[in-house]
Design a protein around this ligand. Sequence first.
Ligand code: NAP
Length: 246
Amino acid sequence: MKNKTVIVTGAASGIGKAIAILFAAEGAHVVVSDIASAEGEAVVKEITLAGGKASFCKTDVSQPAEMEALVNFAVTTYGRLDIAVNNAGIGGEINPIADMSIEGWQKVIAINLNSLFYGMKYQIAALLQHGGGSIVNISSILGSVGFAGSAAYTAAKHGVVGLTQTAALEYSAKNIRINAVGPGFIDTPMLSGLDAGVRNQLVALHPIGRLGKSEEVAELVLWLSSEKASFVTGSYYPIDGGYLAR
Ligand code: NAP
Protein backbone atom coordinates (compact mmCIF):
# COMPACT_ATOMS: atom_id res chain seq x y z
CA MET A 1 0.00 0.00 0.00
CA LYS A 2 3.06 2.27 0.16
CA ASN A 3 2.14 5.69 -1.31
CA LYS A 4 -1.13 4.44 -2.78
CA THR A 5 -3.99 6.95 -2.56
CA VAL A 6 -7.12 5.50 -1.01
CA ILE A 7 -10.59 7.00 -0.54
CA VAL A 8 -12.64 5.53 2.32
CA THR A 9 -16.22 6.79 2.70
CA GLY A 10 -17.92 6.67 6.08
CA ALA A 11 -14.44 6.62 7.61
CA ALA A 12 -15.27 8.56 10.78
CA SER A 13 -16.72 5.53 12.56
CA GLY A 14 -16.89 1.75 12.83
CA ILE A 15 -15.75 -0.33 9.86
CA GLY A 16 -14.67 2.65 7.73
CA LYS A 17 -12.53 4.03 10.54
CA ALA A 18 -10.79 0.66 10.99
CA ILE A 19 -10.17 0.46 7.23
CA ALA A 20 -8.69 3.99 7.14
CA ILE A 21 -6.39 3.26 10.10
CA LEU A 22 -5.20 -0.08 8.66
CA PHE A 23 -4.50 1.32 5.18
CA ALA A 24 -2.57 4.25 6.69
CA ALA A 25 -0.54 1.86 8.85
CA GLU A 26 0.34 0.00 5.63
CA GLY A 27 1.72 3.21 4.10
CA ALA A 28 -1.24 4.46 2.05
CA HIS A 29 -2.30 8.10 1.75
CA VAL A 30 -5.86 7.98 3.05
CA VAL A 31 -8.69 10.35 2.21
CA VAL A 32 -10.95 10.03 5.24
CA SER A 33 -14.41 10.93 3.98
CA ASP A 34 -17.57 11.23 6.05
CA ILE A 35 -20.62 13.40 6.66
CA ALA A 36 -19.46 13.77 10.30
CA SER A 37 -16.69 16.40 10.28
CA ALA A 38 -15.45 16.39 13.90
CA GLU A 39 -15.24 12.59 14.04
CA GLY A 40 -13.58 12.45 10.61
CA GLU A 41 -10.98 15.07 11.59
CA ALA A 42 -10.33 13.01 14.77
CA VAL A 43 -9.53 9.93 12.64
CA VAL A 44 -7.09 12.00 10.56
CA LYS A 45 -5.44 13.19 13.77
CA GLU A 46 -5.16 9.61 15.08
CA ILE A 47 -3.54 8.47 11.81
CA THR A 48 -1.17 11.44 11.67
CA LEU A 49 -0.09 11.00 15.29
CA ALA A 50 0.75 7.36 14.48
CA GLY A 51 3.01 8.55 11.64
CA GLY A 52 0.57 7.97 8.80
CA LYS A 53 -0.70 10.26 6.06
CA ALA A 54 -4.39 11.25 5.85
CA SER A 55 -6.70 14.15 4.98
CA PHE A 56 -10.36 14.73 5.71
CA CYS A 57 -12.97 15.51 3.04
CA LYS A 58 -16.55 16.11 4.20
CA THR A 59 -18.87 14.24 1.86
CA ASP A 60 -22.53 13.32 1.82
CA VAL A 61 -22.35 10.17 -0.31
CA SER A 62 -25.98 10.54 -1.42
CA GLN A 63 -25.08 13.70 -3.37
CA PRO A 64 -23.49 13.08 -6.82
CA ALA A 65 -21.69 16.45 -6.89
CA GLU A 66 -20.10 15.72 -3.50
CA MET A 67 -18.89 12.30 -4.70
CA GLU A 68 -17.32 13.96 -7.73
CA ALA A 69 -15.72 16.59 -5.47
CA LEU A 70 -14.34 13.81 -3.23
CA VAL A 71 -12.51 12.18 -6.14
CA ASN A 72 -11.19 15.59 -7.25
CA PHE A 73 -9.99 16.24 -3.68
CA ALA A 74 -8.05 12.95 -3.63
CA VAL A 75 -6.42 13.64 -7.00
CA THR A 76 -5.60 17.27 -6.13
CA THR A 77 -4.21 16.39 -2.69
CA TYR A 78 -2.18 13.26 -3.55
CA GLY A 79 -1.80 13.42 -7.34
CA ARG A 80 -3.79 10.32 -8.26
CA LEU A 81 -6.35 7.75 -7.08
CA ASP A 82 -5.44 4.06 -6.70
CA ILE A 83 -8.12 2.52 -4.46
CA ALA A 84 -11.65 3.39 -3.32
CA VAL A 85 -13.59 1.77 -0.50
CA ASN A 86 -17.29 2.63 -0.68
CA ASN A 87 -18.29 1.96 2.90
CA ALA A 88 -20.66 4.69 4.14
CA GLY A 89 -24.10 3.38 5.00
CA ILE A 90 -26.96 3.57 7.47
CA GLY A 91 -29.21 0.97 9.07
CA GLY A 92 -32.34 3.00 8.39
CA GLU A 93 -35.99 2.51 9.31
CA ILE A 94 -36.98 -0.88 10.74
CA ASN A 95 -40.54 -1.76 9.78
CA PRO A 96 -42.40 -4.35 7.73
CA ILE A 97 -42.95 -3.22 4.14
CA ALA A 98 -46.59 -2.13 4.53
CA ASP A 99 -45.56 0.16 7.41
CA MET A 100 -42.29 1.46 5.98
CA SER A 101 -42.41 5.16 5.10
CA ILE A 102 -41.61 6.28 1.57
CA GLU A 103 -39.01 8.66 3.02
CA GLY A 104 -37.41 5.82 5.01
CA TRP A 105 -37.12 3.70 1.87
CA GLN A 106 -35.73 6.55 -0.23
CA LYS A 107 -33.16 7.58 2.38
CA VAL A 108 -31.63 4.11 2.67
CA ILE A 109 -31.57 3.59 -1.10
CA ALA A 110 -29.94 7.02 -1.56
CA ILE A 111 -27.19 6.49 1.02
CA ASN A 112 -26.59 2.73 0.71
CA LEU A 113 -27.08 2.17 -3.04
CA ASN A 114 -27.24 5.33 -5.18
CA SER A 115 -24.02 6.51 -3.53
CA LEU A 116 -22.11 3.53 -4.93
CA PHE A 117 -23.14 4.34 -8.47
CA TYR A 118 -22.10 7.99 -7.99
CA GLY A 119 -18.88 6.90 -6.30
CA MET A 120 -17.83 4.37 -8.93
CA LYS A 121 -18.79 6.69 -11.80
CA TYR A 122 -16.17 9.25 -10.73
CA GLN A 123 -13.68 6.85 -9.11
CA ILE A 124 -13.40 4.67 -12.23
CA ALA A 125 -12.69 7.72 -14.41
CA ALA A 126 -9.86 8.71 -12.06
CA LEU A 127 -8.47 5.14 -11.82
CA LEU A 128 -8.38 4.84 -15.61
CA GLN A 129 -6.17 7.93 -15.83
CA HIS A 130 -3.36 6.06 -14.08
CA GLY A 131 -3.70 2.58 -15.53
CA GLY A 132 -6.24 1.04 -13.14
CA GLY A 133 -6.68 0.17 -9.48
CA SER A 134 -9.17 -1.43 -7.14
CA ILE A 135 -12.60 -0.72 -5.67
CA VAL A 136 -14.15 -2.49 -2.69
CA ASN A 137 -17.84 -1.97 -1.99
CA ILE A 138 -19.23 -2.74 1.45
CA SER A 139 -22.41 -4.80 1.13
CA SER A 140 -23.60 -7.09 3.94
CA ILE A 141 -24.77 -10.63 4.60
CA LEU A 142 -28.06 -8.95 3.69
CA GLY A 143 -26.65 -8.67 0.18
CA SER A 144 -27.53 -12.33 -0.29
CA VAL A 145 -30.42 -13.16 2.10
CA GLY A 146 -33.46 -11.30 3.45
CA PHE A 147 -34.03 -9.84 6.92
CA ALA A 148 -37.55 -9.10 8.17
CA GLY A 149 -38.03 -5.39 8.95
CA SER A 150 -35.14 -4.19 6.77
CA ALA A 151 -36.53 -4.24 3.21
CA ALA A 152 -34.77 -1.07 2.05
CA TYR A 153 -31.44 -2.05 3.61
CA THR A 154 -31.64 -5.58 2.19
CA ALA A 155 -32.62 -4.34 -1.28
CA ALA A 156 -29.80 -1.79 -1.26
CA LYS A 157 -27.19 -4.32 -0.16
CA HIS A 158 -28.35 -6.84 -2.81
CA GLY A 159 -28.08 -3.94 -5.29
CA VAL A 160 -24.50 -3.30 -4.19
CA VAL A 161 -23.59 -6.89 -5.16
CA GLY A 162 -25.21 -6.59 -8.61
CA LEU A 163 -23.62 -3.21 -9.22
CA THR A 164 -20.23 -4.60 -8.19
CA GLN A 165 -20.53 -7.58 -10.55
CA THR A 166 -21.58 -5.37 -13.46
CA ALA A 167 -18.79 -2.87 -12.83
CA ALA A 168 -16.28 -5.74 -12.74
CA LEU A 169 -17.55 -7.03 -16.10
CA GLU A 170 -17.16 -3.57 -17.58
CA TYR A 171 -13.70 -2.69 -16.20
CA SER A 172 -11.73 -5.85 -15.31
CA ALA A 173 -10.07 -5.85 -18.75
CA LYS A 174 -9.01 -2.26 -18.05
CA ASN A 175 -7.09 -3.30 -14.92
CA ILE A 176 -9.67 -2.23 -12.35
CA ARG A 177 -10.66 -4.99 -9.93
CA ILE A 178 -14.02 -4.42 -8.25
CA ASN A 179 -15.27 -6.58 -5.36
CA ALA A 180 -17.90 -6.55 -2.64
CA VAL A 181 -17.61 -7.55 1.01
CA GLY A 182 -20.53 -8.91 3.04
CA PRO A 183 -20.02 -8.46 6.78
CA GLY A 184 -22.20 -10.24 9.32
CA PHE A 185 -23.28 -8.15 12.31
CA ILE A 186 -20.24 -6.14 13.39
CA ASP A 187 -19.85 -4.43 16.76
CA THR A 188 -19.91 -0.77 15.64
CA PRO A 189 -21.85 2.38 16.61
CA MET A 190 -24.46 1.28 14.02
CA LEU A 191 -25.59 -1.38 16.52
CA SER A 192 -25.21 0.78 19.62
CA GLY A 193 -28.96 1.49 19.89
CA LEU A 194 -29.85 -2.18 20.36
CA ASP A 195 -30.93 -3.44 23.78
CA ALA A 196 -29.15 -6.44 25.32
CA GLY A 197 -31.91 -8.90 24.35
CA VAL A 198 -31.86 -8.03 20.65
CA ARG A 199 -28.08 -8.00 20.67
CA ASN A 200 -28.01 -11.52 22.12
CA GLN A 201 -30.46 -12.66 19.44
CA LEU A 202 -28.09 -11.30 16.79
CA VAL A 203 -25.09 -13.01 18.39
CA ALA A 204 -27.01 -16.31 18.26
CA LEU A 205 -27.30 -15.98 14.46
CA HIS A 206 -23.49 -16.27 14.17
CA PRO A 207 -22.24 -19.85 14.71
CA ILE A 208 -18.89 -18.44 15.85
CA GLY A 209 -20.72 -17.16 18.95
CA ARG A 210 -20.00 -13.43 18.84
CA LEU A 211 -20.38 -10.32 16.70
CA GLY A 212 -17.56 -9.39 14.32
CA LYS A 213 -14.99 -6.65 14.84
CA SER A 214 -14.37 -3.75 12.45
CA GLU A 215 -10.67 -4.64 12.33
CA GLU A 216 -11.53 -8.12 11.02
CA VAL A 217 -13.47 -6.60 8.12
CA ALA A 218 -10.64 -4.14 7.46
CA GLU A 219 -8.17 -7.03 6.97
CA LEU A 220 -10.34 -8.52 4.19
CA VAL A 221 -10.74 -5.13 2.51
CA LEU A 222 -6.97 -4.58 2.65
CA TRP A 223 -6.30 -7.97 1.06
CA LEU A 224 -8.90 -7.44 -1.70
CA SER A 225 -7.39 -4.03 -2.47
CA SER A 226 -3.84 -5.35 -2.65
CA GLU A 227 -1.87 -7.06 -5.39
CA LYS A 228 -2.19 -10.29 -3.37
CA ALA A 229 -5.76 -10.46 -4.71
CA SER A 230 -4.66 -9.87 -8.31
CA PHE A 231 -6.99 -12.56 -9.77
CA VAL A 232 -10.04 -11.58 -7.68
CA THR A 233 -12.71 -9.44 -9.30
CA GLY A 234 -16.51 -9.37 -9.46
CA SER A 235 -16.64 -11.34 -6.21
CA TYR A 236 -18.79 -11.07 -3.10
CA TYR A 237 -16.91 -12.12 0.03
CA PRO A 238 -18.99 -12.77 3.16
CA ILE A 239 -17.13 -12.23 6.45
CA ASP A 240 -19.77 -13.33 8.87
CA GLY A 241 -18.77 -15.81 11.59
CA GLY A 242 -20.73 -18.50 9.73
CA TYR A 243 -24.05 -16.55 9.49
CA LEU A 244 -24.72 -17.55 5.87
CA ALA A 245 -23.71 -21.18 6.45
CA ARG A 246 -26.73 -21.87 8.66
P1 NAP B 1 -21.20 3.35 11.49
O1 NAP B 1 -20.31 3.03 12.63
O2 NAP B 1 -22.54 3.97 11.76
O3 NAP B 1 -20.36 4.30 10.50
C1 NAP B 1 -20.94 4.78 9.31
C2 NAP B 1 -20.39 6.17 9.03
O4 NAP B 1 -21.00 6.66 7.83
C3 NAP B 1 -20.74 7.18 10.15
O5 NAP B 1 -19.64 8.01 10.44
C4 NAP B 1 -21.88 7.95 9.52
O6 NAP B 1 -22.00 9.26 10.02
C5 NAP B 1 -21.46 7.97 8.07
N1 NAP B 1 -22.55 8.35 7.20
C6 NAP B 1 -23.89 8.21 7.40
N2 NAP B 1 -24.57 8.77 6.36
C7 NAP B 1 -23.64 9.27 5.52
C8 NAP B 1 -23.72 9.98 4.30
N3 NAP B 1 -24.90 10.29 3.73
N4 NAP B 1 -22.57 10.35 3.69
C9 NAP B 1 -21.37 10.06 4.26
N5 NAP B 1 -21.23 9.42 5.41
C10 NAP B 1 -22.36 9.01 6.04
O7 NAP B 1 -21.51 2.08 10.58
P2 NAP B 1 -20.70 0.72 10.34
O8 NAP B 1 -21.34 -0.32 11.16
O9 NAP B 1 -19.24 0.95 10.44
O10 NAP B 1 -21.11 0.43 8.83
C11 NAP B 1 -20.25 0.71 7.73
C12 NAP B 1 -20.77 -0.03 6.51
O11 NAP B 1 -20.79 -1.43 6.79
C13 NAP B 1 -22.19 0.34 6.10
O12 NAP B 1 -22.31 0.35 4.69
C14 NAP B 1 -23.02 -0.79 6.69
O13 NAP B 1 -24.24 -0.98 5.99
C15 NAP B 1 -22.07 -1.95 6.48
N6 NAP B 1 -22.35 -3.08 7.37
C16 NAP B 1 -22.38 -2.92 8.71
C17 NAP B 1 -22.67 -4.01 9.51
C18 NAP B 1 -22.75 -3.92 11.02
O14 NAP B 1 -23.27 -4.84 11.65
N7 NAP B 1 -22.23 -2.86 11.64
C19 NAP B 1 -22.94 -5.26 8.93
C20 NAP B 1 -22.89 -5.38 7.55
C21 NAP B 1 -22.59 -4.28 6.76
P3 NAP B 1 -23.10 9.53 11.21
O15 NAP B 1 -22.64 8.72 12.38
O16 NAP B 1 -23.02 11.00 11.42
O17 NAP B 1 -24.41 9.05 10.66
